[in-house]
Design a binder for this molecule. Structure first.
Ligand SMILES: Nc1ncnc2c1ncn2[C@@H]1O[C@H](COP(=O)(O)OP(=O)(O)OP(=O)(O)O)[C@@H](O)[C@H]1O
Ligand SMILES: [Mg+2]
Length: 256
């Protein structure tokens, strides 16, 4: 028992060691992200073996930071940490309230974020179940989501579709449209923020990420979000050299 506690303490020290957050950007992120409750959450996840080390930031977004972590088996994981200080609670509340899976009528900011993280986890699971390639979610706790790391074996994260040269654009576009179709028809979900900035390219394969705002098709805003996703895809595909119209995409998605 004693050795377990001291191992966990040790792991936490490692996890939080400034040395592990390399570079100025990461250090800045470190102090911004790690408020007391986030530290406690990471400590619990370390004790449970989900994240024993954080090895620096992959991305510093508006609302969340994504870190590369290592679990107690030595596998890379992606750790997404929502910042309570900068999250858009009004938007989160609107999306959660229209979702029949969540009956949360709270204005407590931490509760809203926790529900948001749970929603991201459930959307990822639901997408995986119908065969959409997304990072496998591993655990959601408070404002932290741990998921499969998408990248190579030595820990380089996969590139965003929008920021990489695609060698197989027709294949990639076709795969993505099929994912949107099965997400809509089988998982009954609309991603809601789909674009080349939320698709990773891993060994030539598209992987859909960042599905926290995804809504069920019976949500009143689902149609509007689907239209926006389609518009984004038309533009992104065009940049990759794949010409397809909104109407063509719509008929592909609705063709069941
Ligand atoms: N599972 C993962 N494996 C590898 N890299 C990831 C993974 N998930 C996210 N990333 C990287 O982190 C970045 C941000 O992740 P994500 O899109 O989920 O956050 P975000 O919601 O866009 O953040 P914000 O809204 O605050 O800008 C991605 O663009 C990607 O580069
Ligand atoms: Mg994103």
């Amino acid at each position: 028992m004693c050795s377990k506690v001291s191992k966990a303490d040790n792991d936490l020290r490692k996890l939080l060691s400034e040395k592990r957050l390399k570079g100025d950007e990461d250090r800045k992120v470190g102090s911004e992200v790690f408020d007391r409750l986030t530290l406690e959450t990471l400590y619990k996840l370390a004790k449970m073996g989900y994240v024993n080390q954080l090895q620096g930031a992959i991305s510093t977004g508006k609302e969340a930071n994504v870190f590369k972590g290592v679990d107690d088996q030595g596998n890379f994981v992606a750790v997404k940490i929502y910042r309570v200080s900068t999250s858009d609670f009004k938007k989160m509340q609107q999306y959660i309230q229209g979702d029949p899976r969540f009956n949360v009528k709270t204005s407590n900011k931490r509760q809203i974020i926790n529900t948001w993280v749970t929603k991201e986890m459930r959307n990822l699971k639901r997408a995986l179940e119908v065969g959409v390639k997304v990072p496998k979610p591993l655990v959601a706790k408070n404002n932290v989501l741990v998921m499969e790391f998408i990248g190579d074996d030595i820990g380089n994260p996969a590139q965003l579709m929008r920021q990489t040269i695609i060698s197989n654009p027709d294949y990639v576009a076709d795969k993505i449209l099929n994912y949107v179709k099965i997400l809509y028809n089988n998982a009954k979900l609309v991603h809601g923020d789909l674009s080349g900035y939320n698709i990773l390219i891993d060994d030539g394969e598209p992987v859909i990420i960042d599905i926290s705002q995804g809504v069920t098709v019976d949500n009143p805003i689902s149609r509007e979000l689907l239209n926006r996703d389609i518009t984004n895809l038309v533009n992104d595909f065009k940049k990759m050299g794949v010409e397809i119209s909104k109407d063509e995409i719509k008929s592909k998605i609705m063709d069941v």
